[in-house]
Design a protein around this ligand. Structure first.
Ligand code: AMP
Ligand code: GLY
Length: 432
């Protein structure tokens, strides 16, 4: 098949890499891609958000499938525009991508569908928002409605912090139009995990569970990032929970969207909070609650979930995009996976770029698979081009083996001011 992957991060490198492993062989393109995708696909110099440019390329080049990685082009209607030209695309239409683009919309859909999630209310008026706080107790969560690059969420420990967050969003306009409305949300107690469901408009098949590490430093300290590592499977999600997650969370959302005239095809990513025995049970009465939905593959979750899939990945994506998904399309291999992000000093704040990267061949020789997140080729060298630079994945018969292989790879790689977390998968190890 001729396939275009849209995006330029570790997720898109993992998508292209997994497609390159399909037995049937594909003609792969990536827009715009990075130095990693260049080795396995042809990079096309069109930005992911350039909807017109991508549609123009697709009309000229007639791919069998376009796989959209990031949320921005989904929210901008890339899939709608491709479908209007008769081109198959994996990812939801813009109306479906609102499950990620608008937290208010996502809550409305969840409440209408009876999906367990934190109780929440929406406010435009700061005084009314502050008056509502008392009913939520502490901690309480304040969220900007729209996309704010992961920064529009404040878990407030005190009433003062909650009021300051409301003022930042509604009075000081810190997040622009994304913060024109705020949600006040019940705090959910427990451990987070990610469930990516492949959806074809009607049916859903869950991909293996995973857990991301959002904070920048070991021990889950420091500011939030795009993700510093991940592993799969996540033992916080037990086998018994999976059918319940599909029946009580994913499928009700798909049906509720359909009722509203939205045929959701692509990945529906549920960020879940699992409350432990003895933890504070949410008002929903459920131990598993939705924290948020995303309309795409997670990053770095993709770098651990896709290496665990067997069978033809292109066929699974195409069947989902065509409304023909079946359970058999998703084959999970027994190996476990872990990935460690190597980031640039200063990230998630300001960081420098253009640092020469060495050691990738040595990392591969140690058995690690290295996905490029923010890299660029400069002459014969590879240089850094982002905050998250590489995602180093290990696969093993046990999670310990997978983690050891990933860190074995990390030790071979260097660039100026590189850093990484050294405790990826610690929650899984603390359980056993
Ligand atoms: P979000 O952008 O909605 O995923 O929120 C970012 C992070 O804030 C989540 O990954 C959680 O760690 C935390 N968070 C968001 N909502 C809640 C909640 N209701 N209770 C506890 N933590 C939350
Ligand atoms: N790893 C979190 C996300 O992709 O949103």
């Amino acid at each position: 098949m001729k396939i275009l992957v849209v995006g330029s991060g570790g997720r898109e490198h993992a998508l292209a890499w997994r497609l390159s492993k399909d037995a049937e062989g594909h003609d792969l393109y990536c827009a715009p891609g990075n130095a990693g995708t260049a080795a396995i696909a042809k990079n096309v110099p069109i930005k992911a958000e350039d909807v017109e440019g991508i549609v123009y390329w697709a009309v000229e080049n007639k791919p069998d499938l376009v796989v959209v990685g990031p949320e921005a082009p989904l929210v901008l209607g890339l899939v709608d525009a491709l479908e209007a030209e008769g081109i198959k695309a994996f990812g939801p239409v813009a109306a479906g991508a609102r499950m990620e683009g608008s937290k208010r919309f996502a809550k409305e859909v969840m409440f209408a569908a009876g999906v367990p999630t934190g109780r929440a209310e929406v406010f435009k008026d700061p005084a009314k928002a502050k008056a509502a706080l008392a009913a939520y107790g502490l901690p309480v969560v304040i969220k900007a409605d729209g996309l704010a690059a992961g920064k529009g969420v404040v878990v407030a420990e005190t009433a003062e912090q909650a009021e300051a967050a409301i003022d930042d969003m509604l009075v000081a306009n810190k997040f622009g139009s994304a913060g024109a409305e705020v949600l006040i949300e019940e705090f959910l107690d427990g451990e987070e995990c990610s469930i990516l469901a492949m959806v074809d408009g009607e049916r859903a098949v869950l991909l293996p569970s995973s857990q991301d590490h959002k904070r920048v430093f070991d021990g889950d300290k420091g500011p939030n990032t795009g993700g510093m590592g991940a592993y799969s499977p996540a033992p916080v999600v037990t086998e018994e929970m999976l059918p319940e997650i599909c029946e009580r969370i994913i499928l009700p959302v798909v049906r509720e969207l359909k009722k509203r005239g939205i045929v959701y095809r692509g990945i529906l990513y549920a960020g879940l909070m699992v409350t432990p025995e003895g933890g504070r049970i949410a008002k929903s009465g459920s131990r598993v609650n939705v924290v948020e939905f995303n309309a795409r593959f997670g990053d770095p979750e993709t770098e651990v979930v896709l290496p665990r899939l067997g069978g033809s990945f292109a066929k699974a994506l195409l069947n989902a995009a065509s409304g023909n998904l079946s359970e058999d399309d998703i084959v999970v291999r027994p190996e476990m996976a872990a990935t460690v992000i190597i980031a640039s000093g200063g990230y998630p704040g300001a960081y420098e770029k253009n640092k020469v990267i060495t050691g990738l061949d040595a990392a591969a020789a140690k058995g690690a698979v290295v996905f490029h997140c923010g890299t660029r080729a400069e002459g014969d060298s590879l240089v850094t081009a982002g905050g998250r630079v590489l995602s180093v994945t290990g696969l093993g018969a046990t999670l310990r083996e997978a983690v050891d292989i990933a860190y074995g790879g990390v030790r071979e790689i260097s660039f100026e001011r590189a850093f990484h977390r050294s405790d990826i998968a610690h929650r899984a190890f603390e359980r056993s």
